[in-house]
Write a protein that binds this ligand. Structure first.
Ligand SMILES: Nc1nc2c(c(=O)[nH]1)N[C@H]1C(S)=C(S)[C@@H](COP(=O)(O)OP(=O)(O)OC[C@H]3O[C@@H](n4cnc5c(=O)[nH]c(N)nc54)[C@H](O)[C@@H]3O)O[C@H]1N2
Ligand SMILES: Nc1nc2c(c(=O)[nH]1)N[C@H]1C(S)=C(S)[C@@H](COP(=O)(O)OP(=O)(O)OC[C@H]3O[C@@H](n4cnc5c(=O)[nH]c(N)nc54)[C@H](O)[C@@H]3O)O[C@H]1N2
Ligand code: SF4
Ligand SMILES: [Mo]
Length: 858
C-alpha cells in the first residue's frame, strides 16, 4: 500500500497529459483562471483544450462482424486517448453516417488490454515431439525470445516434414502457408462457415450466395416493397452499421414486416409487424406448407396466387410442362408438393407438425405473400447453418419464383446478411490491389472439412469426396488469423485432437482458445499497430486506416513472422512476400481505388494523385485525376458514395434475365432458375457426405427438431428434447472482444431459455444452469424469457471455452462445446441444428464474466 502511495506521489502529471487521459473530462471541466483560481470551461473549450496536442487518425475496425464503420483515434504522444466515429457527413436517411458500434468504440480496451499477448511464449512442459501433451490447456507459460520461438518453429516444421511428410502439418488460416508452400506445402481446411447451405449450392440453381454477389436489390429499392419478410435475420444484432435503419426507411414508406425466427429478436421488436416463431431447421417444411397452400388455392381467374408467367419463362422443374428435357417428367416439384411422389401432401397441416407454426397461420402467410404485389423475401444464413439443409436455399428460391418476387422494383428473393444486408448490388467503391504476389502454390492437396476435421484427426481418416476416404496423420497445427478451435464444429473433440499433436502454434493477440491449447504462441500486432490499409463493408463506403500506434510490447506483424519462418526454412523475404515496400503496397491500393461513375456505367479512379504525392511517398506510380486527394482520404478515412432514390446507382438483381430470359440466360445448366437441378444434386453427392434430390424435398436436419423425439410420430420426447441456436451476439464479433471488460459488463452472455422450459425444470431467471448435449456440457446463468419459443435454447455464438479442472464442464457458454463434428451434404457446419437439455445446477451462483480474471500470462 505504502509503495503504491509512494508511486502515485512520484508521478508528475503534466496538466495536458492529465486532461487528455481523463475520460471524465467533457463539458464543464475546470481550468485555472488568472483571476479566481478555477474557471469552468464551455463544452467547446473543453474539447478544444483536449485536442491541442494530438491528432485524430482514421483507425481500423477490422472484425468480421457484418458491419464496417469509421473509427477515429485521437493520438497524443503516441497514445490513443479517445475514439470517435463518423462525423464526416451529415446523417440523413439517404446517406447515413458510417457509425461504429459499442464494440468498435471499445477497441482501446482490446489493443491496450492487460491480457495482450506481449512476448513469444512457450508451454512449460512442451518438448520436441510434444512433451506432456495432456497438459495442453492447463500448463504454465514461459517467456522466450523471438529467435528461440522462430528457430523452434522452423526446426519442428523440418522435423515433422522429414519424419511424417508435409501432409502432417495442418494450417487452419493466416498466411504462414506462404512460407510452408515453398517448403513442400501443408494440409488445409475448408468449410461453409457463414453461409451454410447457401455457400456453393446457389450457383447451380441460379441465385447468389449473398456475400460476393447478391440476389437482392439495393437499399433504395427496398422502399418499393410493400411486404418485407425477414426469414431468420436479426440485423439489429448481426448487421451493425446502417441496415436496420434502411429497413426503417422502407417501413416509413409503408412496408409491412414479417419476422420468422425462433427468437423474438431485437429486429422483431424494432421493426416487426408480426413475429412467427418456427422450430430451428424446419423452415423448409414451413415453406413447403406455404407453397402447397398456393397450389391448392390458386385460381388464375378468381384467386391468382401463383405467377405462372414467371414460372413458365424463367424456371425449370416446377411442373410437368417445365421439366428439363432429359429428366423424368414425374419428378417435378408440384407432384412432390401434392403427394404424388410419396403419398403425402406437404400441406399446411403437415408443415405445422414439423415447424410448430399453426396451419391456419401458414395458409395466411402464403396468401398474404401470394396476393401482395411487391414482396422482399429476405433471409439470413442462420436457417442454412443447419446440418442436412442443402435443399433449403433452392426451396427459398422456388417460393420466390412461384410468387414472382424477383428481378423487378420492390420484388426480390435471396440472402440479406452480413455486408449485404438490405443492400444488394456490386460495390460502388473499392480499393485497388496491393500488388503483393499471390505466393507459391500449395503442393499438398489434402483439405479437411471444418465439419469433420477434429474427428478426422482423431480417426486418421477424412472424406475427400464421393467414395473417397483417405488416411491422414496430422502431427502439427498452425493457427494463424482465425479462432478454429473455438469456431469449428465439435470443440470437445477439437481439444482432444490438440492433445494428440506433437506441436501447435498460434499467432494472436491474447490467450484465445487456439493459443491456450498451443505450445508456442506468438504476439501479433493489431491493425492499429500496422502500416495502413483499407476495409470494405456495405457497398456504399470504403474505409481507409493508418498506423495509429507503435507495436505494443514485442508484437510483430503476421507478415514479418511468416517471412522469418520462411528465411529459416531456406527462402528469401522476396520469395515469401515479394519485394514491395509498405509504402508501395498501400500506394497501389490507393491508386487502384475505383468508384462507380455517376451515370452507373462503370468505374473511375477515386483518388487524385500528383507527381508530388509520388515523390513524397517514394513510390512508383502515375499521376491521375480522381474525386478526392490523398490528403483528404488521410483526413477523413472514408469515402461514401452519395445516394438518392432516383440516382443511377441502384440495383435490381437479375433484371435483364427476367426481361428476356432467352437472351440473358443465367449461369445454370438450363440458363434458368432450376427448381429441378440435377447439377445441384450431383454436386452435393460429390462431397461424399449425404445426398439430396434434384428438387427441393424436405430432409430433416441431423440433430434437428425431429431428433428431439425418441418417437416423433408418437410425440414421445427423447433425452435431448430441446434445440440450440447460436445467434450472433453484440458482445462479440465471433470470438473477438469476448475478453473485453467493457463489453462483458454490457453483455453478460446469459443463456436464453423459454419461460415454459424453465418452469418445467424448476429454473428461475438468474439461476445457474448446466446445458448438456451429446457432445459436451456448459454452464451459464439462465435468462428466462418469453421471447424465445418453447423448446429452443439460445446460446450466443463465440464465447471462449473455459474448462474446469476435471476437463468435463465448460464454464463460458462456449457454443461449440455443444456441437459435434457431423459433416453433411456440401460439408455444412450446421451449428443451429444441435439438440440439448438443461437443468438447474446446484453448484451455487456463477461468477459473472465481468469479474473473471483476465488471461494474463506475463
Ligand atoms: N457454434 C457456432 N460456431 C460458429 C458460428 C455459429 O453461429 N455457431 N458461426 C460461424 C461463422 S458465421 C464464422 S464467420 C466463424 C468465424 O470463425 P473465425 O474466423 O475463426 O472467428 P474469429 O473470432 O473472427 O477469429 C479471428 C481470430 O483471429 C484473431 N485475429 C484478428 N486479427 C488478427 C491478426 O491480424 N493476426 C492474427 N494472428 N490474429 C488475428 C482474433 O483475435 C481471433 O482470435 O465462426 C463460425 N462458428
Ligand atoms: N454482433 C455480431 N454480429 C455479427 C457477427 C457476430 O459475431 N456478432 N458475425 C457476422 C457474421 S460472420 C455472420 S456470418 C453473420 C450471421 O448472421 P445471420 O446468418 O443472420 O445469423 P444470426 O445472427 O446468428 O441469426 C439470425 C437470426 O436467425 C435466427 N435463427 C437461428 N436459427 C434459425 C432457423 O433455423 N430458422 C430461422 N427462421 N431462424 C433462425 C436467430 O434466432 C437470429 O435471430 O452475422 C455477422 N454479424
Ligand atoms: S460494427 Fe463491426 S466494424 Fe463497425 S464498429 Fe462494430 S465491430 Fe467495428
Ligand atoms: Mo460468418
Amino acid at each position: 500500500m505504502f509503495k503504491l502511495l509512494d508511486k502515485l506521489e512520484n508521478v508528475t502529471f503534466s496538466r495536458r497529459a492529465f486532461l487528455g487521459s481523463s475520460a471524465a473530462v467533457t463539458a464543464g471541466a475546470l481550468l485555472p483562471s488568472t483571476k479566481s483560481g478555477l474557471r469552468r470551461l464551455s463544452a467547446a473549450e473543453a474539447a478544444e483544450e483536449k485536442e491541442k496536442n494530438g491528432e485524430w487518425i482514421p483507425s481500423a475496425c477490422w472484425h468480421n462482424c457484418g458491419g464496417r464503420c469509421l473509427l477515429k483515434a485521437y493520438v497524443e504522444d503516441g497514445v490513443v486517448k479517445r475514439q470517435k466515429t463518423d462525423d464526416t457527413v451529415e446523417d440523413t436517411a439517404d446517406n447515413p453516417q458510417q457509425r461504429s458500434c459499442v464494440r468498435g468504440q471499445s477497441q482501446r480496451q482490446q489493443v491496450y488490454g492487460v491480457d495482450r499477448l506481449k512476448y513469444p511464449m512457450k508451454r512449460k512442459h512442451w518438448q520436441p515431439g510434444g512433451g506432456d501433451k495432456s497438459l495442453r490447456g492447463h500448463d504454465e507459460w514461459e517467456r522466450i525470445s523471438w529467435d528461440e520461438a522462430l528457430d523452434t518453429i522452423a526446426g519442428e516444421i523440418e522435423r515433422i516434414k522429414n519424419d511424417y511428410g508435409n501432409r502432417s502439418i495442418m494450417v487452419t488460416g493466416g498466411d504462414v502457408g506462404r512460407a510452408l508452400n515453398l517448403a513442400g506445402g501443408h494440409t488445409t481446411t475448408w468449410g461453409t462457415t457463414s453461409w451454410g447451405s447457401w455457400r456453393w449450392g446457389p450457383e447451380y440453381f441460379g441465385l447468389q450466395e449473398g456475400y460476393f454477389e447478391h440476389s437482392i436489390n439495393d437499399r433504395m429499392d427496398l422502399r418499393n416493397s410493400q411486404l418485407i419478410v425477414l426469414w431468420g435475420m436479426n440485423p439489429a444484432w448481426s448487421s451493425p452499421g446502417s441496415p436496420s435503419y434502411h429497413f426503417l426507411q422502407a417501413k416509413k414508406e409503408g412496408a409491412r414486416v414479417l419476422v420468422i425466427d425462433p427468437m423474438y429478436s431485437e429486429t422483431a421488436e424494432l421493426m416487426g409487424d408480426e413475429w412467427i416463431p418456427v422450430h430451428p431447421g424446419t423452415d423448409h417444411a414451413l415453406m413447403l406448407g406455404m407453397a402447397h397452400t398456393l397450389v391448392d388455392e390458386d385460381d388464375p381467374e378468381t384467386n391468382p396466387l401463383i405467377d405462372w408467367e414467371f414460372l413458365q419463362s424463367c424456371t425449370v422443374g416446377f411442373d410437368e410442362e417445365t421439366m428439363p428435357e432429359d429428366a423424368d417428367k414425374k419428378e417435378n416439384f408440384k407432384a412432390y408438393l401434392t403427394g404424388e411422389h410419396d403419398g403425402e401432401a406437404k400441406d399446411a397441416e403437415w408443415a405445422s407438425k414439423i415447424s410448430g407454426v399453426d396451419a391456419d397461420k401458414i395458409r395466411e402467410i402464403a396468401r398474404e405473400i401470394g396476393t401482395t404485389n411487391r414482396v422482399a423475401l429476405l433471409t439470413g444464413w442462420a436457417p442454412a447453418r443447419i446440418k442436412n439443409s442443402d435443399s433449403w436455399p433452392q426451396m427459398f428460391m422456388t417460393f420466390g419464383a412461384m410468387t414472382g418476387n424477383m428481378a423487378e422494383p420492390g420484388k426480390m428473393t435471396g440472402v440479406s446478411c452480413h455486408f449485404g444486408t438490405g443492400n444488394g448490388g456490386p460495390r460502388l467503391v473499392y480499393a485497388g490491389d496491393s500488388g503483393v504476389p499471390a505466393g507459391a502454390e500449395n503442393p499438398v492437396e489434402d483439405s479437411l472439412a471444418h465439419a469433420e476435421m477434429w474427428d478426422a484427426i482423431l480417426q486418421g481418416k477424412y472424406t475427400a469426396g464421393e467414395d473417397d476416404v483417405r488416411d491422414i496423420d496430422i502431427k502439427m497445427i498452425y493457427h494463424g488469423n482465425n479462432a478454429a478451435l473455438q469456431t469449428r464444429d465439435g470443440q470437445t473433440k477439437g481439444i482432444d485432437a490438440h492433445r494428440e499433436m506433437e506441436f501447435v502454434v498460434t499467432n494472436g493477440h491474447f490467450i484465445t482458445t487456439n493459443a491456450k491449447y498451443s505450445d508456442i504462441v506468438l504476439p501479433a500486432t493489431t491493425h492499429w499497430e500496422r502500416f495502413g490499409g483499407f476495409n470494405v463493408g456495405n457497398r456504399d463506403a470504403l474505409f481507409y486506416y493508418r498506423n495509429v500506434i507503435e507495436p505494443m510490447y514485442e508484437a510483430r506483424d503476421d507478415a514479418w513472422i511468416t517471412t522469418e519462418i520462411g528465411k529459416r526454412l531456406g527462402f528469401t523475404a522476396e520469395e515469401v512476400y515479394g519485394d514491395l515496400s509498405k509504402e508501395q503496397e498501400l500506394f497501389n491500393q490507393i491508386a487502384g481505388a475505383e468508384v462507380m461513375k455517376e451515370d452507373g456505367t462503370g468505374y473511375e479512379p477515386l483518388v487524385t494523385i500528383t507527381e508530388e504525392d509520388i515523390k513524397e511517398w517514394g513510390v512508383d506510380g502515375e499521376p491521375q485525376e480522381g474525386r478526392m486527394t490523398i490528403a483528404e482520404l488521410e483526413g477523413k478515412g472514408v469515402y461514401q458514395v452519395k445516394r438518392s432514390p432516383d440516382d443511377n446507382l441502384g440495383y435490381i438483381a437479375q433484371e435483364e434475365f427476367r426481361k428476356d430470359p432467352d437472351k440473358n440466360p443465367l449461369d445454370t445448366e438450363s440458363g434458368k432458375l432450376e427448381i429441378h437441378s440435377k447439377a445441384l444434386a450431383d454436386y452435393v453427392r460429390s462431397n461424399g457426405f449425404t445426398t439430396i434430390d434434384p428438387i427441393p424435398t424436405y430432409n430433416p436436419a441431423t440433430e434437428g427438431y425431429e431428433e428431439t423425439y425418441k418417437d416423433f410420430e408418437a410425440g414421445k420426447k427423447g433425452d435431448y428434447p430441446l434445440q440450440v441456436v447460436n445467434p450472433h451476439y453484440l458482445r462479440r464479433a465471433h470470438t473477438i472482444f469476448d475478453n473485453n471488460p467493457w463489453l462483458r459488463e454490457a453483455w453478460p452472455n446469459d443463456v436464453y431459455v423459454s419461460r415454459q422450459d424453465a418452469d418445467e425444470r424448476g429454473v428461475a431467471d438468474g439461476d445457474p444452469v448446466l446445458i448438456t448435449s451429446k457432445h459436451g456440457k456448459t454452464l451459464r446463468t439462465a435468462h428466462v424469457t418469453e421471447r424465445l419459443m418453447p423448446g429452443v435454447v439460445g446460446l450466443m455464438h463465440g464465447a471462449w471455452v473455459e474448462k474446469d479442472a476435471a476437463d468435463e464442464v465448460d464454464r463460458a457458454g462456449s457454443d461449440n462445446i455443444l456441437t459435434g463434428p457431423i459433416p453433411t451434404g456440401q460439408g455444412i457446419s450446421g451449428w443451429n441444428s444441435t439438440v440439448c437439455d438443461f437443468e438447474k445446477w446446484d453448484g451455487g451462483p456463477l461468477k459473472e464474466d465481468k469479474y473473471w480474471e483476465p488471461r494474463v500470462v506475463l
